[in-house]
Design a protein around this ligand. Structure first.
Ligand SMILES: [Zn+2]
Ligand SMILES: [Zn+2]
Length: 275
C-alpha cells in the first residue's frame, strides 16, 4: 500500500499510452475534430479532478476500507470467505454499485447535468474516458466510500478495483475495435469499446443502454444491454443534441456546463417514453 500512488500513476500512463497508440494504428471512426482541439481540454479537466480529489479526499475509499476492516463493517466481514475470493467478490460488488450509480446519474436531472459533461464530447476516444466534471467525481467518491463500507471490501479489493476501473475506462472509450472474432468473446468478460460507444450515441434509447464500465454482466442482467448502434459505428452521432459546437469542448465551458439548462429529454426519461 506504500506504493499506492505510484501504482496508480504508472498504470494510468501505461494504459493511456497503449490505447492512444491503438487508436493511431487502427482508428474505428474518422475524428470530427483534430486532437489538438479536444485533448488539452479533456486532459485539463482530468488534472482539475486529480487536484481536487487529492486536496479534498486523498485515498478516501482505501481509508474507509481500512476502517471497515478494523471495525468489522459490511457484508464480507460477516461471510468470512477465503481472502482471494473476498477480493474478487469485493471488486464485483463495487462494480455493481458503480453500475447503479451510473444509471442514477442518467435518471436524476441534476445529476444528469453533471454527467452530461462526459457525454457532450463530440468524438469518442481515450480522453473521453478521463472527462468527468469534478463535482461528479466527488459525488462518485462519496458513493464509493459508502459502498466500500456496506460491502466490507478490503483495502486490496479497493485498490484493485480503482486501478482496474481507470484502465477499463480508457480501454472502453478507445476509438478502436477488437477484431470481430475476438470482440464477441471479450465482451462477455469486460466492456469493450464497441459496447460502450453505443452509450455515447445522441439517440436516447442508445445512451440509456450499456451503463457498465467494467463488467458487462449488469447490463445483461438488468435489461439495459444493447449490442450495436442502429446507424453503425462509423455513421452514428456521438454526443448530446444541444451541445454540438467546438466552443462547448473548451475547459471553461465544461466546468460551467452543469449550470446550463437541459433542453429536451434526459436519457432515462427518454428510454421509458420510447418503449
Ligand atoms: Zn453515461
Ligand atoms: Zn463513457
Amino acid at each position: 500500500m506504500e506504493f499506492e500512488g505510484l501504482i496508480r500513476v504508472a498504470a494510468f500512463g501505461l494504459v493511456f499510452g497503449l490505447v492512444a497508440l491503438w487508436e493511431l494504428a487502427a482508428p474505428r471512426r474518422k475524428a470530427r475534430f483534430d486532437r489538438r482541439i479536444r485533448w488539452p481540454h479533456n486532459l485539463g479537466l482530468l488534472l482539475v479532478d486529480v487536484v481536487i480529489l487529492r486536496l479534498l479526499a486523498p485515498g478516501a475509499a482505501i481509508a474507509v476500507a481500512w476502517a471497515a476492516q478494523d471495525r468489522g463493517w459490511g457484508l464480507l466481514s460477516v461471510l468470512s470467505l477465503p481472502s482471494w475470493l473476498a477480493v474478487l467478490v469485493g471488486v464485483a460488488l463495487l462494480d455493481l454499485a458503480i453500475y447503479f450509480q451510473h444509471v442514477m446519474f442518467h435518471a436524476v436531472p441534476t445529476l444528469w447535468r453533471l454527467h452530461r459533461v462526459h457525454h457532450t464530447d463530440l468524438d469518442f476516444d481515450v480522453t473521453t474516458g478521463t472527462r468527468f466534471h469534478p463535482i461528479e467525481i466527488l459525488i462518485s467518491m462519496a458513493i464509493k466510500c459508502a459502498a466500500v463500507a456496506a460491502i466490507g471490501a478490503s483495502p486490496l479489493a479497493v485498490l484493485v478495483f480503482e486501478v482496474l476501473l481507470n484502465a477499463t475506462a480508457m480501454f472502453n472509450h478507445a476509438n478502436a475495435s477488437l477484431p470481430a472474432s475476438a470482440e464477441r468473446w471479450v465482451r462477455l468478460l469486460v466492456v469493450t469499446p464497441d459496447m460502450h460507444r453505443v452509450h455515447h450515441s445522441v439517440r436516447y434509447e442508445e445512451s440509456s443502454s450499456n451503463f457498465g464500465f467494467n463488467l458487462p454482466w449488469w447490463d445483461r442482467l438488468f435489461g439495459t444491454y444493447r449490442t450495436q448502434p442502429a446507424a453503425g459505428h462509423e455513421a452514428m452521432t456521438i454526443g448530446v443534441d444541444a451541445f454540438r459546437s467546438a466552443e462547448d469542448l473548451r475547459l471553461d465551458r465544461l466546468l460551467l456546463q452543469p449550470l446550463r439548462d437541459t433542453p429536451g429529454r434526459y436519457p432515462i426519461n427518454g428510454r421509458r417514453e420510447a418503449a
